[in-house]
Design a protein around this ligand. Structure first.
Ligand code: NAD
Length: 455
């Protein structure tokens, strides 16, 4: 398997992929080792992961450089991702003992009822490339702390980062059998699906997620899916600081080149503010968007990670223009080596256009005018996805009635494109099933046992 630098198309290195046989062998060793890992106390496992937390910080420059080389993320954003991952690890280190402790839920004379939380066993983590640290630690850190063994398949577009993660975990004291890498693409993922694992945790596209959910169903084990989104942001009439709101929208749409599951993918603006908002949006866009080599400091947009996505974006732009949209910026592949696409702003869009219905997962945003909050609600709900929804308004009481109506796992008032370890990360509909982060994302890697204890 070749690892390609998307900034120039060069081959960084060549790796050997796992086969069904090598994955099966890894599973056997993980299965044999897992009971001893589970028998250690939660505190002991937390202490090991604490070392991992510190070693990421010590090595941040080189980890960020590796990440940038294979996914094309600007260096500052790569460092930001490693730090963001450490913030999440901190949450798990500080909170796991509390949420994994057996709990007495009922007690009466002669009878005690208790819930304990047992590890699932050997779990598979099939991961994505866009935030390999963030989406990775959501799974393997709480899974390891809960006493599971993990077969971790990094995305084929972020394998070098996966290898670094493995090295750091092992150096911190996670036994080699307890965290094992399965290297490769679709076939390596399939090898995991063919094994009798005790749980599957997937981050990626809806199409693959659906395939995995169906494949895992007969096994009768937990299967969590963190999938894509078409996340809306609404600028209500109740906004006095359009510069601030426009700045948040540009950042939400274009951070990480728009390759975030919770990137702002559609913007609706109340007609009273539409023209003024577009003006501010383009001012912020011109200030923030600096495209270039991702290793250059100050660059905000690098190449796309996957060349194939360029075709998807071109198709969305052409479709929108054919149906009457206006282009305020960008719209095509950049004339330079590497997988660069011009950051693109389409306005006067509507829901007949692919750009407002299909996940773009790139630097393309559509902005649509609406006549009322009710129309905004209707359009925001017109999607098969349900990851996040955002409303900007000066007054909370103007935002919350809209947010209550949203069918998404996360809602934001005056925020967007944001994840916190203190609340669950979950999608609805085509955005997935199950939750990571928060106490739900600690217990997701356990199976409850109910104890009825009579004296
Ligand atoms: P993808 O579905 O192409 O691949 C994801 C993983 O699945 C990779 O490791 C890949 O090798 C593996 N895979 C592919 N086909 C497989 C198969 N048939 N069997 C088993 N494994 C298989 O997705 P991607 O391009 O890596 O990621 C982008 C998508 O992920 C976007 O839709 C994005 O929104 C979503 N995402 C969601 C979240 C979230 O938290 N909700 C976070 C990050 C990314």
């Amino acid at each position: 398997m070749q690892v390609i630098n998307p900034a120039n198309g060069s081959v960084i290195t060549t790796l050997t992929e796992d086969t069904a046989a090598s994955a099966a062998k890894k599973y056997e060793t993980a299965k044999a080792a897992q009971p001893a890992w589970a028998a250690r106390s939660v505190a002991e496992r937390v202490a090991i992961l604490e070392k991992f937390y510190h070693s990421l910080e010590a090595d941040i420059q080189s980890l960020a450089a590796t990440l940038t080389s294979e996914v094309g993320k600007p260096l500052g954003q790569s460092r930001g991702e490693v730090n963001g991952a450490r913030n999440r690890i901190r949450f798990f280190l500080d909170n796991s003992e509390k949420w994994l402790k057996a709990e007495t839920t009922f007690e009466t004379e002669g009878l005690r009822e208790v819930i304990s939380f047992e590890p699932l066993g050997v779990i598979g983590n099939i991961s994505a490339w866009n935030y390999p640290y963030l989406v990775g630690v959501n799974v393997f850190v709480p899974a390891l702390i809960a006493g599971n063994a993990v077969l971790y398949k990094p995305s084929e577009f972020a394998t070098l980062t996966g290898i670094e993660i493995g090295k750091h975990l092992h150096a911190a004291g996670v036994p080699a059998e307890i965290f094992q890498l399965v290297i490769g693409g679709k076939e390596a993922g399939q090898a995991l699906l063919d094994l009798p694992l005790d749980g599957y945790f997937f981050t990626g596209s809806y199409a693959t997620g659906k395939f995995i959910y169906e494949a895992v169903a007969p096994k009768m084990v937990p299967c969590q899916l963190e999938l894509g989104g078409k996340d809306p942001l609404y600028i209500s009439a109740d906004n006095s600081n359009l510069a601030k709101v426009a700045n948040a929208g540009v950042e939400g749409a274009f951070y990480n080149n728009g390759q975030s599951c919770c990137a702002v993918e559609r913007i609706y603006v109340h007609e009273n503010l539409y023209d003024a908002y577009l003006e501010k949006f383009m001012e912020e866009f011109d200030q923030m968007i600096k495209t270039g080599d991702p290793t250059e400091e100050g660059v905000f947009i690098g190449p796309l990670t996957r060349e194939a996505q360029i075709q998807v974006l071109e198709d969305q732009v052409q479709d929108a223009l054919k149906k009457g949209a206006r282009l305020l910026a960008g719209g095509k592949r950049m004339n330079r080596p590497g997988y660069y696409f011009e950051p693109t702003v389409l306005v006067d869009v509507d829901h007949t256009m692919k750009v407002m219905m299909d996940e773009s997962f790139g630097p393309v945003i559509g902005i649509q005018k609406v006549g009322s909050d009710d129309e905004a609600v209707k359009l925001m709900l017109d999607t098969e996805y349900g990851l996040t929804s955002a409303v900007y308004a000066d007054h909370e009481e103007n935002a919350t009635p809209i947010l209550e109506k949203m069918n998404s796992g996360t809602v934001y008032w005056n925020a967007c494109d944001r994840v916190s370890p203190h609340v669950p990360w979950s999608g609805r509909g085509h955005s997935g099933i199950g939750a990571t982060l928060s106490y739900l994302g600690i217990r997701a890697f356990t199976k409850p046992k109910a104890w009825h204890l009579r004296k």
